[in-house]
Structures are given as C-alpha cells and as structure tokens.
Design a protein around this ligand. Structure first.
Ligand SMILES: Nc1ncnc2c1ncn2[C@@H]1O[C@H](COP(=O)(O)OP(=O)(O)O)[C@@H](O)[C@H]1O
Ligand SMILES: O=C(O)C1=C[C@@H](OP(=O)(O)O)[C@@H](O)[C@H](O)C1
Ligand SMILES: [Mg+2]
Length: 182
C-alpha cells in the first residue's frame, strides 16, 4: 500500500486555505496545521507584530523554518494550510514538491479582494490600494503555485463545503491513479 502523503494547500490570500484546510482535515481524520498559526505560536507574537519588528524578511525566515519542520516530518498524517507567500523562496518550493501532495486553491483577484476585505491581520494588504497589491502579487505568484501544485482547484463562486468536497474528490482520484501506476 502506498503511504498517504501530507496534504499542503497553497494559493493567494483569501483563496480559503485556512478554511478549506480545516474542513478537509476533519473529513480525512488528519491533524490540521495552519502555518501562520504555527509561526505565531513559535514566536509568541502575531503576524502584524512580526512584520513590524522583523520586517517581511524576518517573517519569511520563520516561515521556512516552520514549513521544514512540519513537511519533513515523515508521518504523512497532516493537512497544512500555508500563507500566500510560501512559494516565494526556492527552498520552500523544493520542500513542497518533495514532501507532499500540494493543492493549489485558485481564486480570482476579485474574490481575493472580497474575502480579505473584512480583516486587518494581513500586513501586506494594509495599503491604500489592496486590489493593486493583490494583482501584483498574483502576477508573480500564480506561476509559482502552478509549479509546485499536484492538483489545482477553482474556488470562485463556491461555498467552502463544496470547495472542500471538490478537493477531497480530487485527492482520492489522484491517490487511486497513483496506486494503479506504481
Ligand atoms: N469558498 C469560499 N467562499 C466564500 N468565502 C470563503 C471561501 N473560502 C474562504 N472564504 C472566506 O474568506 C475569508 C478568507 O479565508 P481564509 O481561509 O482565511 O483564506 P486564506 O487562508 O487562503 O487567506 C474567510 O472569511 C473565509 O470564511
Ligand atoms: O501572501 C502573503 O505573503 C501572506 C499571506 C498570509 O497568509 P494567508 O494567505 O493565509 O492570508 C500570511 O502568511 C502573511 O500575512 C503573508
Ligand atoms: Mg490563511
């Protein structure tokens, strides 16, 4: 029998990684980690505080450390929701590709903007023009999400439960396919 891999969700801010990750972990009976929460717990401080005191570079160092610790533990029993910038470092992309089944949750810039508009805990969006920021980030990051993804799931115009079911079906189909070719 093939070993079940860790499931890692990537995608832009507002794609629903945290929300969908929690839902699919419950359905799969796997532990759930949100990388932002792990970083906050390790630092004893929240993300806005880390960005303010250590800059984005400090946050990215902490992010890589936390990703490596979780993804390279070989238990294969967790679902991990990452933050939208996880694909910016090449070493992170290597870790993702080598250690997990990676699901890219796709959302249009309009949906990203809508879903992130009610919260103030994303420092990169605390600017005068969050739409322009999301658009610029998406242009750089979309090809990188695609580079690491095993599966790509569209989330626009879908309720979280329906996105979660779509992800679960795609994972099942993928694992079945893998077991028939190996
Ligand atoms: N498929 C969806 N449809 C509508 N709202 C969603 C969907 N997925 C997530 N949301 C909402 O969007 C917001 C951002 O979701 P979140 O899971 O924090 O995204 P991410 O972790 O990718 O930044 C939350 O308020 C969440 O309830
Ligand atoms: O896109 C990014 O660079 C970031 C996304 C955030 O996570 P979500 O994608 O879960 O909002 C969080 O890691 C941090 O604010 C930086
Ligand atoms: Mg999140």
């Amino acid at each position: 029998m093939i070993k079940a891999p860790n499931i890692i969700l990537v995608g832009p801010m507002g794609a629903g990684k945290t929300t969908i990750g929690r839902l699919i972990s419950q359905s799969m009976g796997k532990a759930f980690y949100d990388l932002d929460k792990v970083i906050e717990d390790n630092a004893g401080a929240d993300i806005p505080w880390i960005f303010e005191r250590e800059g984005e570079d400090g946050f990215r160092r902490r992010e890589t450390q936390a990703l490596a610790a979780i993804a390279q533990s070989d238990t294969g029993d967790c679902v991990l929701a990452t933050g939208g910038g996880i694909v910016m470092r090449e070493e992170n992309r290597d870790i993702l590709r080598d250690n997990a089944l990676v699901v890219y949750l796709y959302a249009s810039v309009a949906q990203q903007l809508y879903r992130t508009s009610k919260s103030t805990h994303r420092p990169l969006l605390q600017t005068g023009d969050p739409k322009a920021t999301l658009k610029k980030l998406f242009e750089v990051r979309d090809p990188l999400y695609r580079e690491v993804a095993t599966l790509i799931i569209e989330t626009d115009a879908r309720h979280p439960r329906s996105v979660a079911n779509k992800v679960l079906d795609a994972i099942k189909r993928h694992l079945k396919m893998e077991s028939t070719v190996s």
